[in-house]
Design a protein around this ligand. Structure first.
Ligand SMILES: [Zn+2]
Length: 255
């Protein structure tokens, strides 16, 4: 499995990084994880054909992870796509996602390609393709921080995801609330970790990586004004050999 880091930035709009988005490539399936603002341009700059994408998984609906979906589907229509596509989003956001598209004047029923919006539940495995499975895991991003539950009829939930391909496990934190949201890693013991770096203290994250047994960790969701690069450069060569500070367009082979 290959992971192309289409974007590696945080929620802040930056000149050198698009918002974090991953293209997971197996032999016969291409899964895009998250479609934040400007995802279509990020894919264009990474020289990735949007019609190669077979499915999309949304971790949560913050603008840097979701708001580019309408534009991306518009580009697919303009590129005369005929290949079907599946959009995976948490069950409680399915009708919101459909309405978001309708309000963007996008009507999947009229597309030249079949588009399914498929709801997932936490802790329930999704078989994306032959040997590609995702396990959505609830994390505390958003819900722990604000009193959002006081807003009626709206769910605020966010997922991390365990990716299984040919029995190789990769854990993608997406956006979390704190280091405690990484605790499922102790249970699943993934070989690889892709972890955001905005909502966790850098020192805590390095300590966690040191303590855990991942073969390689990829840092994403980087705000270059946060001093992440400077902090990374101060690490010992031994720790640095286990951690990759990603940049847009980088490709990782996870085998
Ligand atoms: Zn984010």
């Amino acid at each position: 499995m290959e992971v192309i880091f289409v974007g590696t930035g945080s929620g802040k709009t930056q000149l050198k990084r698009f918002h974090t988005s991953l293209l997971i490539k197996t032999g016969n399936h291409n899964l895009l994880v998250d479609t934040g603002d400007a995802i279509s341009k990020a894919l264009l700059i990474a020289n990735l054909d949007i019609n190669l994408i077979d499915s999309i998984y949304i971790t949560h609906t913050h603008a840097d992870h979701f708001s580019g979906i309408a534009s991306l589907l518009t580009q697919m229509k303009m590129a005369k796509r005929i290949k079907p596509i599946c959009l995976y989003i948490h069950n409680s956001f399915v009708s919101f996602a459909r309405n978001f598209l309708y309000h963007s004047f996008l009507f999947p029923e009229t597309f030249d390609f079949e588009m399914k919006i498929i709801g997932f539940n936490f802790d329930s495995e999704i078989n994306i393709a032959d040997i590609l499975y995702l396990l959505p895991i609830k994390n505390g991003h958003i819900s722990n921080k604000y009193n959002v539950n006081s807003i009626p009829d709206i769910n605020f939930i966010s997922s991390s995801v365990l990716i299984k391909n040919e029995n190789i496990l990769t854990y993608y934190s997406s956006d979390i609330d704190s280091i405690s949201d990484l605790s499922p890693i102790n249970k699943f013991q993934p070989k690889y970790l892709i972890v955001e770096s905005t909502h966790i203290l850098f020192d805590e994250l390095i300590e966690f990586i040191n303590y855990s047994k991942m073969q390689k960790t990829f840092l994403v969701h980087i705000n270059d004004e946060d001093g992440i690069v400077e902090n990374y450069n101060k690490l010992s060569n031994e720790i640095k050999s286990k951690i990759i500070l990603t940049i847009d367009g980088m490709c990782g082979t996870l085998t």
